[in-house]
Design a binder for this molecule. Structure first.
Ligand code: AP5
Ligand code: MG
Length: 216
């Protein structure tokens, strides 16, 4: 199954992707996670990307398209994949169509998760993320706190607050989403691929709705 999770910053793409990995045994590909790893390693790409990410702007298309092209060619993507945070612009979506055609495959579903903007701001300003890149579990100080403050329930690593999870950057990310990414809903609707989901309510409830659409 080849899947895109589409939704604004904080819509729950990462949270749902982690549950979908367990259910369907297919990898999550998050361009945000890949870029943050490059920033942490201090690679030239990471240094360039950080400026855009801290400003709540998009990293240039050619950079993320290159990342995705390499990643989708890996053998673990043969049985399917969950794209989280890619594509984010129409040129990225067009490039993805070409990459998939080249690999002899295509998209099955675009799950579009909708959450009101003010909820997104509250979610992101209270998010904490596990530092361990192999885990990366997300928490929320109010909605889904860890059992022990500052420590990941799953792997015991420290939690941190992402540099872009402050109100100023969050507002900028929302504006970027509305301007550059929201048009993708129409792009994929025209292809008959959009599966809309209301992204409010409990995490398990939303997960069950997604599984109801994707099937077992
Ligand atoms: P990226 O890392 O993709 O960030 P994003 O799209 O802004 O999305 P988030 O990761 O913030 O939100 P999410 O939907 O995963 O929410 P989560 O599940 O964590 O991108 C970061 C940056 O990298 C971009 O700004 C850009 O600069 C760059 N970039 C990345 N991809 C790019 C691309 N393709 N092109 C160009 N640039 C790119 O949940 C959020 C919080 O809410 C958590 O605390 C969680 O616990 C909580 N929560 C989740 N579900 C619920 C619920 N149902 N109820 C209550 N709380 C909930
Ligand atoms: Mg995420």
């Amino acid at each position: 199954m080849n899947l895109i999770l589409l939704g604004g910053p904080g819509a729950g793409k990462g949270t749902q992707a982690k549950k979908l990995i367990d259910k369907y045994q297919i990898p999550q590909i998050s361009t945000g996670d890949i870029l943050r790893a490059a920033v942490k390693e201090g690679t030239p790409m990471g240094k360039k990307a950080k400026e855009f990410m801290d400003a709540g702007k998009l990293v240039p298309d050619e950079v993320v398209i290159g990342i995705i092209k390499d990643r989708l060619a890996q053998p673990d993507c043969k049985k399917g994949f969950i794209l989280d945070g890619f594509p984010r612009t129409v040129p990225q979506a067009e490039a993805l169509d070409k990459v998939l055609a080249g690999l002899g495959t295509k998209l099955d579903h675009v799950v579009s998760i909708d959450v009101p903007e003010e909820d997104l701001v509250t979610r992101l300003c209270g998010r904490r993320t596990c530092k361990n890149p192999d885990c990366g579990q997300m928490y929320h100080i109010k909605y889904t706190p860890p059992k022990k403050e500052g420590i990941c329930d799953k792997c015991g690593s420290e939690l941190y607050q992402r540099d872009d999870d402050n109100e100023t950057t969050v507002r900028s990310r929302l504006a970027t989403y509305n301007q550059a990414t929201r048009p993708l809903i129409d792009y994929y609707r025209a292809k008959g691929l959009v599966r809309p989901i209301a992204g409010v309510g409990s995490i398990d409830n939303i997960f069950n709705k997604i599984v109801g659409i994707l099937g077992n």
